[in-house]
Design a protein around this ligand. Structure first.
Ligand code: GLA
Length: 449
C-alpha cells in the first residue's frame, strides 16, 4: 500500500514558527570512517570523493518544469515505453540486507522473515515499504547439473520459494539479486552470475515468485552494458511475471541516458558507505540527474544507511530527507530487528515518505547552493513544493529562499508544513530556517487556501 499524498492543511496558522526552526538532535559527528568500502566488495569504485566538492549546476525549477525540445525530459515523455509496464510508478520502497550484513552469516532466511514481520508489526508496510530484497550470497557458488541456481544450503535451507511464500502471505514482495556477469561481486565465494544464463535464471526467479531483480555489473567479461541489461530485460519479459528491474552498473555507462524502458531504476554511483562523506558525495552526484527521473524510471543513489550507526540521527535525517526529495528508491539497509526508536521514527515518517512517493514523480532540483547552504525543491502533484534546506557545513547556518524561487506561483500567503517537526505555519513568501550542522529542514509549501 502506498501512503496517500499529504493533504495540505487549510487552517490559518501563526506566522514564522519556521523562521527559527531548529531540528531536534542537532549535532556534528566526525565520519565514522574515511573509507568508502563495503564488506565483501573490492571491485566497485566508491562514490568519487572529488564529487564531494564539485559544484552542482543550479537549476531554475520554473524553467525546468517545462522540458525543452530535445531535453532528457522531453525524450522521456516521447519514449514509447515510458512509463512502460506500469511497474514502479513511484520509487520502490523496501529492504535490502547488503548494507548491514554483506555476505555475513546473519544473512539468512530467519533474517528475511524477521524483516517481513517487522514491516507489518512496526507499521512500515503501512508507511509504504513493500519489497524485501536479498542481495549477494543467497545461492551456492555452483550451479546444479541442469545449470540451475541452488539456494545456499545454510542460509536458505527452506529454499527461495518458501521465503517468497512467507513474504507474500504478509502482503509484501520478494526481491533477489544476481550479476550481469559470470560471477557476482563477492568473491568469497559469492555465487554464479546470469551472463549467458539469462532466460533460465529469469524463469527460475519467476517460478519462485520473485517480484524484483537487482542486476549487478561484476565479472561482465567486457560485454557492453546496454546489451547485457537489455538481454535480461527481454528474459524477464518472457517470463510474463511483473518483476521490477533494478540496473546496478554504478553509473559507469550513464544509464540515465538509455535505461528508461530497460529497467525501472538504475544506480547512478558507486556503493554507499555508512559515513557522512560517502552519503554526501553520492547525493552530489545524483542531484544533477533530476531531469532523467520519472514514473517507472528512477535514479538510484543506492540504498539507505539509516540506523547502521556510522552517522548521527541528524545526519540520517538529512540522508532520508534528501533521498526523498530526490525521489530515490527507499530501501532500508539496516537490520530492523535491532533498530532503535530514532531509526524507526526516521524511516517511518510518512510525511517525508509522501514526498518521495509523490505521484508526479519529479526529482527535486537545486534552487541554490552557497557556501554549503543548499535549497532543493521538489514539485508535487498537488501543486505544492517540498523544499529541503540542507546544511552541508559543520556549523549551524541560516538558510533562506522564497516561495517563488522554490517554483511556486506568487501569492499573498503560503501554508508551510515542517515535515520533521510536524508543525504548520504561514509565510508571506520567505522560507527560512536555522539549520544545525549537517542537518536538513524539510518543509512542504503551497499557496494558502
Ligand atoms: C556491488 C553492488 C552492491 C552489492 C554488492 C554485492 O558492490 O553495488 O550494492 O550488491 O555488489 O556483492
Amino acid at each position: 500500500m502506498r501512503p496517500t499524498v499529504l493533504r495540505r492543511a487549510t487552517r490559518k496558522r501563526l506566522v514564522s514558527a519556521l523562521g527559527t526552526a531548529l531540528l531536534c538532535g542537532a549535532g556534528l559527528a566526525a565520519p565514522a570512517s574515511a573509507a568508502n568500502s563495503v564488506p565483501g566488495t573490492d571491485s566497485v569504485p566508491a562514490a568519487n570523493p572529488a564529487a564531494v566538492t564539485n559544484p552542482v549546476p543550479v537549476v531554475n525549477p520554473e524553467t525546468a518544469a517545462t522540458p525543452a525540445a530535445g531535453s532528457p525530459q522531453a525524450d522521456r515523455q516521447a519514449a514509447p515505453h515510458a512509463p512502460g509496464d506500469g511497474l514502479a510508478l513511484t520509487p520502490p520502497m523496501g529492504f535490502n540486507n547488503w548494507n548491514s550484513t554483506g555476505c555475513g552469516p546473519e544473512f539468512n532466511e530467519e533474517m528475511v522473515k524477521g524483516i517481513a514481520d517487522i514491516f507489518v508489526e512496526k507499521g512500515l508496510k503501512d508507511a509504504g515499504y513493500e519489497y524485501v530484497n536479498l542481495d549477494d550470497c543467497w545461492a551456492e557458488p555452483q550451479r546444479d547439473g541442469d545449470g540451475k541456481l541452488v539456494p545456499h544450503h545454510e542460509r536458505f535451507p527452506s529454499g527461495i520459494k518458501a521465503v517468497a511464500d512467507y513474504v507474500h502471505d504478509k502482503g509484501l514482495k520478494l526481491g533477489i539479486y544476481t550479476s550481469a556477469g559470470t560471477h557476482t561481486c563477492n568473491n568469497s565465494p559469492g555465487m554464479p552470475g546470469a551472463l549467458g544464463h539469462e532466460e533460465s535464471d529469469a524463469r527460475q526467479f519467476a517460478d519462485w515468485g520473485v517480484d524484483y531483480l537487482k542486476y549487478d555489473n561484476c565479472n561482465n567479461q567486457g560485454v557492453p552494458a546496454r546489451e547485457r541489461y537489455e538481454t535480461m530485460r527481454a528474459a524477464l519479459e518472457k517470463t510474463g511475471r511483473d518483476i521490477v528491474y533494478s540496473i546496478c552498473e554504478w553509473g559507469e555507462n550513464k544509464p540515465w541516458e538509455w535505461a528508461a524502458g530497460v529497467g525501472h531504476l538504475w544506480r547512478t554511483t558507486g556503493d554507499i558507505a555508512d559515513n557522512w562523506g560517502s552519503m554526501l558525495g553520492i547525493m552530489k552526484q545524483n542531484l544533477p540527474l533530476a531531469p532523467y527521473a520519472g514514473p517507472g524510471h528512477w535514479n538510484d543513489p543506492d540504498m539507505l544507511e539509516v540506523g547502521n550507526g556510522g552517522m548521527t540521527d541528524t545526519e540520517y535525517r538529512t540522508h532520508f530527507s534528501m533521498w526523498s526529495v530526490m525521489a530515490a528508491p527507499l530501501l532500508i539497509g539496516s537490520d530492523l530487528r535491532e533498530a532503535d526508536g530514532a531509526t524507526l521514527e526516521i524511516l517511518g515518517n510518512k510525511e517525508v515518505v509522501a514526498v518521495d512517493q509523490d505521484a508526479l514523480g519529479k526529482q527535486g532540483e537545486v534552487v541554490s547552493q552557497d557556501g554549503g547552504r543548499w535549497v532543493v525543491s521538489k514539485e508535487m502533484a498537488d501543486g505544492s513544493r517540498a523544499v529541503a534546506l540542507f546544511n552541508e557545513t559543520g556549523q549551524e547556518q541560516s538558510i533562506a529562499t522564497t516561495a517563488t524561487e522554490a517554483g511556486l506561483p506568487q501569492a499573498d500567503s503560503y501554508d508551510v508544513r515542517d515535515l520533521w517537526k510536524h508543525q504548520d505555519s504561514t509565510s508571506t513568501g520567505e522560507i527560512s530556517a536555522t539549520v544545525p550542522a549537517h542537518g536538513t529542514v524539510l518543509v512542504r509549501v503551497g499557496p494558502a487556501e
